[in-house]
Design a protein around this ligand. Structure first.
Ligand SMILES: [Zn+2]
Ligand SMILES: [Zn+2]
Length: 295
């Protein structure tokens, strides 16, 4: 038995040829959870061999467009293929508030396509099964797989002015994975990360961006994204074994720029394992044993 964690996208709103929009796939046996669905998520899932009909649930951290722009493709393609697979509506897990209306509007945008497909193939219109939960101030269970082996907890994070933003903690028989979503470094994510095996956290190199952002509207991003040095301090304090950086602001395109992310986190005092994420990076729980490193 293993659990795999695959980064389906490590990018941000600015487009990149190498980085899809934010997303993480957590798989344990036949339970497949997709957290967020940024641009090109469907393509990255196809690269991992997962089709939309195989998803057990789609978990949304918040409704910034970079995290949800591929919800349309996931939900609609699952519907288009449903006569082949019969897995039914896509379960969507999100904080109550704006999410139910957002998802309905996404589905409604394809009304003409739905109408013409229903004339010759589809029996009914596309639907999702909404699992809407109240924004939890402390980690609370919000979903569990029908088999009972995979549980999802959520907690409110700090991404103001987005109020309904959460991080998720996924527990499988193999371990615990935390996905921060978008947030500045905060006590809520520290609490969610306690005892986790892998923490996938957004990362913003404030020092690299300070000059670019000075006296522009971009200066505000430092107030709602996770500074890499502060993230290292938090990961040290919590005792995170493996920190995985994603949603990289700014996009690192050279080995030196990748190394600068790690150096920032080390400056915060973190001595554990660090992975600077790239698309389709895959981690395994329990961790694979490295030959000759068995102490
Ligand atoms: Zn955001
Ligand atoms: Zn984002």
């Amino acid at each position: 038995m293993t659990t795999t964690v695959t980064l389906t996208g490590t990018g941000v709103p600015f487009p990149s040829a190498d980085r899809a929009g934010p997303g993480v796939l957590v798989s344990h046996e036949d339970v497949h959870l997709q957290i967020d669905a940024g641009r090109s998520t469907l393509m990255r899932l196809a690269q991992t061999g997962i089709n939309p009909h195989q998803l057990s649930a789609l978990l949304l951290t918040h409704l910034h467009s970079d995290h949800v722009s591929d919800v349309a493709d996931l939900a609609h393609t699952r519907w288009v293929q449903d006569h082949l697979h019969g897995t039914g509506p896509l379960p969507v897990v999100a904080a109550d508030g704006h999410a139910p209306a957002f998802v309905q509007r996404v589905l409604a945008a394809n009304a003409y396509d739905v109408e013409v497909r229903m004339r010759h193939v589809q029996d009914g219109p596309p639907q999702v099964t909404g699992h809407w939960f109240q924004l939890p101030d402390v980690p609370a269970e919000v979903w569990r797989s029908p088999c009972g082996r995979v549980a999802v907890e959520a907690v409110r994070v700090r991404h103001e002015p987005v109020e309904q933003a959460v991080g998720y903690r996924i527990t499988t028989p193999d371990g615990v994975i935390v996905v921060s979503g978008d947030t500045r470094v905060c006590d809520e994510i520290a609490a969610l990360s306690a005892g986790a095996d892998i923490v996938v956290h957004e990362a913003c190199r404030s020092t690299a961006l300070a000059e670019f952002a000075r006296n522009t509207p971009f200066e505000t991003i430092f107030s709602y994204h996770a500074d890499t040095v502060a993230l290292g301090e938090m990961a040290k304090h919590v005792g995170v074994p493996h920190l995985v950086l994603t949603h990289l602001i700014p996009e690192p395109t050279t080995p030196d720029q990748v190394a600068a992310y790690e150096a920032d986190v080390r400056r915060g005092g973190f001595a554990g394992r660090i992975s600077v994420g790239h698309d389709l990076m895959t981690l395994t729980l329990p961790p694979e044993t490295i030959p000759g490193d068995q102490q």
